[in-house]
Design a protein. Structure first.
Ligand code: PA5
Length: 447
């Protein structure tokens, strides 16, 4: 993996970069020493290097069981209990995975990440005609979106195959001891995996939260973990700033933020990375957006969004910077044919691969946006495979921890996500929320 920050340097004074670079080492050190805010959630820091082959084999065996028995695997989870698995699965799969004619792998679909009635009805209509299993993921076990979807999915599965068989097709990933899902799983005898106490949702993709669903989709979790473990070594406190890519990224984004660049846009030129950006948005948004501070993490898929958001980025308010994930080599090959009539005027591209055109779009966009006053950071990976994704995941996690500490926030809590839940429970008259319900009714009546 390579990080290039050259095309951002002109937007911040060199002294700022030097000052912040000096702060990055103590911030990185806090992740090791555990003396910083949120230090009870640092289990992800050495997670990749501590995953054993035995543990991966257990995850794989569970995934294989679902793979043998199911045409569809439904992953029920939301936020940190969902985005990592989807990010990796979509980055590694055919963009047309769901309609591949001959499949050896089950189709992995997602539920419990919204409360759309049509979404659930559409899903159940398909599931009625397929063999399916469920991976239910919830650390708290009480998240409404996930619990609701699971209740419906479980009912459907039990109706279809009977209670006994359904039990074998359900995997629960949850807290070791507490929560409604733990109780339910113990009572029903589901195969369970533990979400470590000291790993928060958005840092949990390399725990069973992400690994089972990724293995169920047919991807190599050993290589994913290996990539992350190698990156863990490359970003440690013993690695100096000049070589520490996570520190460099954290420094540059904090410098840009201090000079008015309040929004970071994660850019890809490969549609398979759409959900990777969704994962990244949660990681940075939930970690840094607090105490009335934090870069707003946004994302675009290029060149698609150059035809919509391109105008704003080129020419709108100069409060943004871009971080491009550039994939050096495509997995597949498509060559542009020559055409005798050349009515579309595209013969100048004949013989080239589609990716050559994409790369020129990428370079042209970078130059145009930098000319237009948009600082540009580029992260280059060799190809979209498990190893490189593992590297990218750990890189962004480590940089996020460093960056959050440099910003002066606790990067590992998320107090802000409770507000909507409290209102929703009050509106739904959830037991225990009587006082809030009463206050809510008064408020809505304008009293
Ligand atoms: O990062 C987080 O903590 C959140 O996004 C949670 O992962 C999300 O709310 C789901 O929570 P749970 O796993 O308890 O169902």
């Amino acid at each position: 993996m390579k990080l290039s920050i050259e095309k951002s340097k002109q937007f911040v004074p060199a002294e700022t970069l030097e000052r912040l670079a000096a702060c990055s080492a103590p911030a990185n050190e806090l992740l090791e020493s555990g003396k910083g805010a949120g230090n009870d959630f640092l289990g992800w820091v050495h997670l990749p290097s501590s995953i054993t082959g035995e543990f991966l084999a257990e995850v794989q065996a569970t995934a294989d069981l679902l793979r043998e028995k199911c045409e569809v695997v439904v992953v029920a989870g939301i936020g940190g209990s969902y985005l990592g698995a989807r990010a990796v699965n979509e980055a590694l799969a055919s963009s047309f995975d769901a309609i591949l004619p001959k499949r050896k792998d089950p189709i992995v679909v997602y539920a419990g990440n919204n409360i759309g009635e049509d979404y659930l009805a559409d899903l159940f209509e398909i599931l009625k005609k397929k063999t399916f299993g469920i991976i239910n993921i919830s650390k708290s076990g009480t998240t409404t979106e996930t619990a609701l979807a699971f209740r419906l999915l479980k009912t459907l599965l039990e109706e279809k195959v009977g209670k006994e068989e359904a039990r074998k097709l359900i995997v629960a990933v949850t807290d070791a001891r507490k929560g409604a899902l733990r109780t339910l799983a113990t009572q029903e005898g589901y195969k369970t995996f533990v979400i470590p106490d000291n790993v928060g949702g958005r840092f949990s993709v390399l725990t069973p939260v992400g690994l089972i669903a990724i293995a169920a989709a047919g991807h190599d979790i050993k290589k994913l973990v290996q990539g992350a473990a190698d990156m863990e070594k490359a970003l440690g406190t013993d690695v100096p700033y000049a070589k520490n890519l996570a520190a460099q990224y954290a420094v540059m984004r904090n410098a840009l933020y201090q000079f008015g660049k309040k929004t970071e846009i994660l850019v890809n030129f490969n549609p398979r990375l759409h959900y990777f950006a969704e994962w990244w948005k949660q990681l940075y948004g939930e970690s840094e957006g607090k105490d009335r501070k934090g870069i707003f993490p946004a994302s675009v898929d290029f060149t698609t969004d150059l035809h919509s958001m391109g105008q704003w980025i080129q020419d709108g308010e100069r409060s943004i910077f871009e971080t491009v994930i550039s994939v050096k080599k495509p997995i597949r090959k498509v060559e542009i044919p020559s055409d005798n009539e050349n009515l579309d005027g595209l013969n100048f591209l004949a013989g080239k691969r589609v990716d050559e055109v994409n790369k020129m779009a990428e370079l042209g966009t970078q130059l145009a946006h930098v000319d237009g006053g948009v600082p540009n950071l580029k992260i280059e990976i060799d190809k979209l495979d498990e190893y490189n994704l593992g590297q990218l995941i750990y890189f962004f996690e480590r940089a996020c921890g460093i960056s959050g500490y440099m910003l002066g926030v606790n990067p590992f809590n998320q107090p802000g996500v409770e507000a909507y839940k409290k209102n929703m429970f009050a509106l739904l008259n959830k037991p225990g929320y009587e006082a809030e319900s009463k206050a809510m009714k008064k408020r809505l009546l304008g009293k």
